[in-house]
Write a protein of this length. Structure first.
Length: 736
């Protein structure tokens, strides 16, 4: 029996074991082929996606790693962020479209409502008397024109009314007119004089009437009060029109004009905008606040504006312009740059560097003008952009720095418009990879070293742009896209043994080169056919090493149909149609007119350095510009304006007599003859508001450095240059 139980127990244990295996295999187990979820590619740290592991674990911050599934891996551009619909809803992403709107540079300020003094009346009497009955009881009472304000008993008026009655009884018209005039001089209203003429006895008093509709704003009168002419009984102001007094900062005065319209908003009337006009611009600044008071006039027929109310005011110019704008909250401002988060066509989000302009309530909402970086129709994030920007910064490390001169953003496009006076170029350019900008039309400022030579509107150009400290992009290189970096003129003196051209060339403004003699390498030029000792034009191209080489030579003045043609006996090309004249490039420096030859229209000038083209100071003859009269030039120190014509010729465009030097007491501590500078401790320069200090000053040409007195208190002569720097021009021993 015992053996039977033992066998049965063994059988049950075996059955349970086999059943467990079957349960695990067929019910609890999930074969790999049945898995429908995405595969896990790797595991990353939540705060640093660059920290990757093949399996679960901890990040350096002690946080659990999270899986990255197939299809969720980062795209090709690390700055892009891709969000699912759930994530977009979770963080509240809202977008807005960049659109064109009318904008204007307005002036924002604040002010207080005041009574319109032109609609205010002060009530006085012209005679002494006692108030018998007062019709107005308190400040704030409303009155209508013609209402009785008070009745006054004045003995002089009573006597005059008696004389009027006596003249009427006598039917003496002359006496009647004299008496009526006497009553008018006492301030008795005409209607009261008529009433007195109908009485049987002298009048005991007369009524004073309200001269206008309004509110009593001041009240001195009272029942039984003895009133004199020098006492103001009350003041009545009409509130149908009020003044708003505002203050405008000194920096905004230049933009003030009576043609500006004014809008005002008040806290007690949210959403309502009142429109008014500039009534008066006061002539004097407040010496304490350095602000200029402005008086605005607003209609107040409804009576909702009350004196001493505080309002926010905006002065808007009459003329507006059209500009691209986005919501103000779309712009992320950092210490280095401004950017927006752009929503792309594939649903990803990417930072975009932009340049902003005016900030105002364009289009009925708070918006910001976009000067550079976006095109109309671009969709930008207006909320949660900081979260997306942070994610982008994590993915990409740091957003690419703004372009610099060492690594500029380069582009190519068509020159739409060129404004030489304002140095602005409008370019319809292709996409700019360095800025992540799409193809669009952008207005760029041009730096002073950009030459207008060979630039024509409608032609394809290449350019390089950098971002300045003000956040604005400026083009510092702009040239035609013809494979040539610059064109020069000169005379080839010889061919060197190593195949270079020894030439004496004129100034090359495009490169900032002055006239000089040098040996230049060539590329693709048959040197044997280059004419010697005669004027030629030559093309310069920068090679891979950064050195300029000559790629073409031709007789000076010969039209070039094809710059790649380098043979001197090439067929004559069809002349290119004449383009619009290129604006002259202007440079300013100090100098001295030594002589003027009116017959040849030239001036011999000793000028300072021309930093724009790297030319040192020297003495040379300048042709006079067409609009400059030789008779207007006088020998002596001047501020000269040198112009570079499109053909590279330097001309004298203007000459202004130099300002007399500023005088200040100071001490020359030391001089540096090699650098031609002097270290000077000077007192305040009141002419330019500079406090006393110690600094190095350049020394003007012609001054003997060794003759300057050291460690002695002397009178120092300083000249202010066109760039506002100062130069030592002379000294005189002792105080003046």
């Amino acid at each position: 029996m015992r053996g039977r139980y033992l066998a049965l127990a063994t059988l049950l244990v075996a059955a349970a074991f086999l059943g467990g295996i079957a349960l695990e295999r067929f019910q609890l187990g999930v074969p790999e082929s049945a898995s429908t979820g995405p595969n896990i590619l790797y595991w990353v740290a939540p705060m640093d996606p660059n920290f990757r592991r093949d399996g679960p674990g901890k990040s350096p911050m002690g946080m659990d790693l999270i899986p990255v599934y197939e299809g969720e891996e980062a795209g090709g551009d690390p700055a892009e962020v891709k969000l699912s619909g759930t994530e977009i809803n979770a963080i509240g992403v809202r977008t807005a479209v960049a659109r064109m709107e009318q904008v204007a540079r307005s002036i924002e300020t604040v002010g207080f409502v005041r009574y319109n003094e032109h609609l205010t009346s002060h009530i006085h009497t012209r005679v002494e008397g006692w108030i018998e009955r007062l019709g107005v009881r308190a400040i704030g009472d409303r009155v209508a024109k013609g209402d009785v304000l008070f009745t006054i008993y004045a003995p002089e008026v009573t006597v005059a009314s008696s004389e009027l009655l006596r003249a009427i009884r006598r039917n003496d018209s002359l006496e009647i007119e004299i008496t009526r005039k006497k009553l008018r001089n006492f301030g008795v209203p005409e209607r009261e004089i008529d009433r007195m003429s109908t009485l049987d006895a002298a009048a005991d008093g007369f009524n004073v009437f309200a001269p206008r509709d309004g509110v009593v704003t001041a009240l001195e009168a009272a029942d039984g009060m003895f009133l004199k002419p020098d006492v103001r009984a009350m003041t009545i102001s009409d509130l149908s029109e009020v003044w708003l007094l505002v203050d405008v900062f000194e920096r905004d005065i230049g933009r003030l004009s009576s043609r500006k319209t004014a809008t005002a908003q008040f806290e007690h009337l949210p959403g309502r905008v009142f429109e008014g006009t500039i009534d008066y611009i006061y002539p004097e600044l407040d010496r304490t606040t350095r602000t200029l008071p402005i008086r605005l006039s607003f209609d107040n027929a409804e009576g909702v504006l009350r004196p001493n109310m505080y309002g926010q005011v905006k002065l808007v110019p009459e003329n507006t312009r059209e500009a691209l704008t986005v919501p103000m909250e779309s712009v992320i401002r950092t210490g280095r740059a401004e950017r927006v988060i752009l929503k792309q066509a594939d649903g990803t989000f990417k930072p975009r560097l932009v340049t902003t302009g005016l900030n105002d309530s364009f289009g009925g909402g708070r918006r910001t003008e976009i000067v550079q970086g976006l095109a109309p129709g671009d969709e930008v994030v207006a909320s949660a952009q900081f979260l997306i920007d942070s994610e982008s910064a994590l993915n990409a490390g740091l957003l690419r720095m703004a372009p610099t001169r060492e690594e500029p953003a380069t582009g190519k496009g068509t020159l739409v418009r060129l404004d030489g006076g304002r140095r602005i170029a409008e370019i319809a350019h292709d996409a700019i990879a360095g800025l992540d900008w799409p193809a669009m039309t952008t207005r760029f400022a041009l730096t002073a070293d950009v030459s207008f030579d060979r630039l024509e509107t409608g032609k394809v150009v290449k350019f390089s742009a950098v971002r300045g400290a003000d956040g604005l992009l400026a083009v510092h290189e702009l040239r035609p896209d013809d494979g040539v970096d610059a064109v020069g003129t000169g005379i080839v003196k010889a061919i060197t043994s190593d195949g270079k051209l020894s030439l004496s060339h004129d100034p090359i403004p495009e490169l900032g080169w002055p006239a000089m003699e040098m040996d230049m390498p060539v590329r693709g030029v048959e040197t044997a056919s280059v004419p010697l000792d005669q004027p030629v034009s030559f093309d310069l191209v920068k090679d891979d090493s950064g050195t300029f080489v000559i790629t073409g030579v031709r007789p000076a003045g010969m039209e070039q149909a094809d710059r790649e043609q380098t043979k001197m006996d090439s067929p004559t090309a069809e002349p290119e149609p004449e383009s619009e004249p290129t604006p002259m490039r202007l440079m300013q420096t100090d100098g001295t007119i030594n002589a003027v030859d009116a017959a040849s229209r030239t001036a011999n000038i000793t000028h300072g350095p021309l930093k724009e083209i790297g030319m040192p100071g020297m003495t040379m003859d300048f042709p006079l510009a067409k609009d400059l009269s030789a008779e207007s030039l006088v020998a002596g120190p001047v501020q000269v304006t040198i112009g570079i014509a499109p053909n590279g010729q330097m001309v004298l465009a203007a000459a202004t007599p130099a300002k007399p030097p500023m005088k200040v007491i100071g001490t020359i501590n030391s001089v540096n003859a090699q650098a031609r500078t002097a270290n000077i401790t000077h007192g305040p320069l009141a002419d330019i508001g500079m406090p006393g200090m110690t600094m190095d000053f350049p020394v003007a040409e012609g001054i003997d450095m060794g003759a300057l007195p050291l460690q002695a208190e002397i009178e120092i002569l300083l000249r202010q240059n066109p760039d506002f720097s100062l130069t030592l021009t002379g000294v005189s021993e002792g105080r003046s």
